[in-house]
Structure formats: C-alpha cells, structure tokens
Design a binder for this molecule. Structure first.
Ligand code: HSE
Length: 309
C-alpha cells in the first residue's frame, strides 16, 4: 500500500498569539509512505526538494528522521511497530524559516501511518500526538485543519482549537530571508518569566485579534498585531526586523507585520495596499544589510492536510 499526504506551510504566533495562533498557506510538503513487501529491506528515506528535484542533504535519513519517529508513535498508539517501508518527503516549504516545515512533516508522517493502519486515530488524537512531538500546537493545528486557528494545549494533552474567520480582502505577504534560524535557538532567547504588564498587553491584543477577525474590523486588527512576549527578544536574531516593522508602519493599507513563528520569515497583512510597495520596502531594508528576500503573496490554505494518493 502507498499513501501520500500533502501538508501546508504554516505561520504561527501572528504577533500577539504566542504558541496559540496560526494560519495555513498553500505551499506544501508531501510525505509518501510505501510499505515494502521484501522483508529485511529496512527503512529507506529520501528527501527531495521539489523546486530543483535535488536530494536534500543534512537531514537524517535513518530512524532518527522526524517523519519516521512520527510514524513510529502512531504505530505504538495501537501497540504495533512499523516494519519495512519507503518514505519519500517532497519539500516545497523552506526549512528553518518559521514556516512550519517540521510541523508539516510530523503531520504528514502521522497521517500517512494513520491511513496505512486503517485510521485508528481521529483528528483529536492526531492533534495531540503531533503537538506532543512539536512542543506547541500553533503550527500543528492549521497544518491539520487549515485556515486561521486558535489552539490551546490542555493539561491532559488534548488540543482544543477553533477555526477563525478570515476575509479575502486581507492579503498576506510572506517575506523569507535567505538564512536559516533554528526554532531551538529562537526559543532559547526568550525569558523564562515575563512581567504582568507584558502578559496583560498580549492578553488584550490577542482578544482584540480574535474579535477583529470575527467582526472583519481592520482597524482593530491593526491595533492587535503587536507583541511584547517574543518578538522584542528575537529581534537580535533577525537583523532588520524592527526596521522593517518601522518602515511599514505608515505604508498605505498595511495593517501590520509579525515574525512568522520563531522566524526569520516575516508576514505582512494588508488591505488595499500596493503589494509591490511592501515588497520593495522589505527587500530594500533587508538588502541594506545584505539579506536577499523571497516573497509569496498568497491566500490561505483553508483545508489543511489531505491524502492525495
Ligand atoms: N510558537 C512557536 C515559537 C512557533 O514562537 O517558538 C515556532 O515553531
């Protein structure tokens, strides 16, 4: 049996919603799992960059691969262990840029295993196992269900989530710099504790964010796209971030921008703006410090991960 699962890229945090807000984008990784019939062939893992059709180096292709680990966990959920299999990961999502590449392959591996095992796990179980592996649900939930999501990882390990409405006139420009930033490094610069003042700041901004989406209120969204819990600490890892935010602050139609997940990609939300102008400001600001930028202007992926084979 052969199964292919296509999983979207995701942007997490969205400014104020550290570890709880996220959205899915139509850039995809595909995880293909094939049960091989020849006994003793072991596990074969190939990772291919879809853009240039080249094999991706520097990612484990043995049982330490995160996709294999996800598959193993789903098998162990029903008391089994995976056997011989061939795993192919086709990637479109840039690695270590804050676009949920690890969440996508975890979800792809879990869902492929779930299909091979005749679906013992429902969405709630998949969310819970995937979040356990990833450590936070904000990329995992939109990767599985699509759209814009609010998620909470509860004390019992379950993930409670809701999809939030989005409006087609709010455009997302994804700005991806030409360097990588590992999530562990980006999390290591965060303080263990924050002041009640900063916590209260993000609390009211996140409440505003949710209300803005429900009422299609661009002015409220503009006020909500702020953060004091993670972005201020991460600016030192993303040179140019504060300058880009400042330079876009007065650009016609820009509602706000945010560090995508742990960075270094940046998301810009706009309504009726000149997208070319946004791209020019970002590429000039990063260009001044010799960083090249790749852009995507994309709608949301509303459906999340799906089986395509
Ligand atoms: N919420 C996470 C973080 C997303 O900001 O570290 C990164 O995967």
């Amino acid at each position: 049996m052969k199964v292919a699962i296509q999983v979207p890229a995701t942007m997490a945090n969205l400014g104020c919603g550290f570890d709880c807000l996220g959205l899915a984008l139509p850039i995809y990784n595909t995880v293909i799992v094939e049960e091989t019939v020849m006994p003793g062939t072991g596990v074969e893992i190939n990772i291919i960059d879809e853009k240039n059709q080249e094999k991706v180096a520097n990612i484990p292709t043995d049982k330490n691969n995160i996709v294999y680990k996800a598959i193993e966990l789903l098998y162990s959920y029903i008391g089994q262990a995976p056997d011989e299999m061939k795993i192919t990961i086709k990637t479109q999502i840039p690695v270590a840029r804050g676009l949920g590449s690890s969440a996508s392959v975890i979800v792809g591996g879990l869902m492929a295993a779930n299909e091979l095992l005749q679906k013992p796990a429902d969405t709630a179980v998949l969310l819970s196992i995937a979040t356990e592996i990833e450590g936070h649900p904000d990329n995992i939930t939109p990767a599985i269900v699509g759209g814009v999501t609010l998620s909470s990882w509860e004390e019992d390990g379950s993930v409670v989530y809701r999809k939030l409405p989005w409006h087609d006139d709010w455009k997302i420009t994804v700005c991806i710099p030409d360097y990588e930033l590992a999530t562990e490094i980006s999390r290591s610069v965060l303080p263990k504790e924050v002041s009640i003042k900063d916590a209260a700041y993000n609390l009211r901004k996140s409440a505003m964010f949710v209300e803005a989406l429900h009422t299609h209120d661009g002015e409220l969204l503009k006020m909500a796209l702020k953060d004091k819990l993670h972005q201020p600490y991460r600016t030192k890892l993303v040179p140019g971030l504060s300058q880009i935010m400042e330079n876009l602050r007065h650009t016609q139609g820009v509602l706000g921008c945010f560090l995508s997940g742990a960075g270094p990609a940046i998301g810009v939300i706009s309504c009726g703006a000149n997208i070319g102008e946004i791209k020019e400001i970002v590429s000039n600001t990063w260009g001044d410090i010799n960083v090249n930028t790749q852009f995507y202007s994309l709608p949301l992926d509303c459906d999340g991960a799906k089986r395509i084979l």
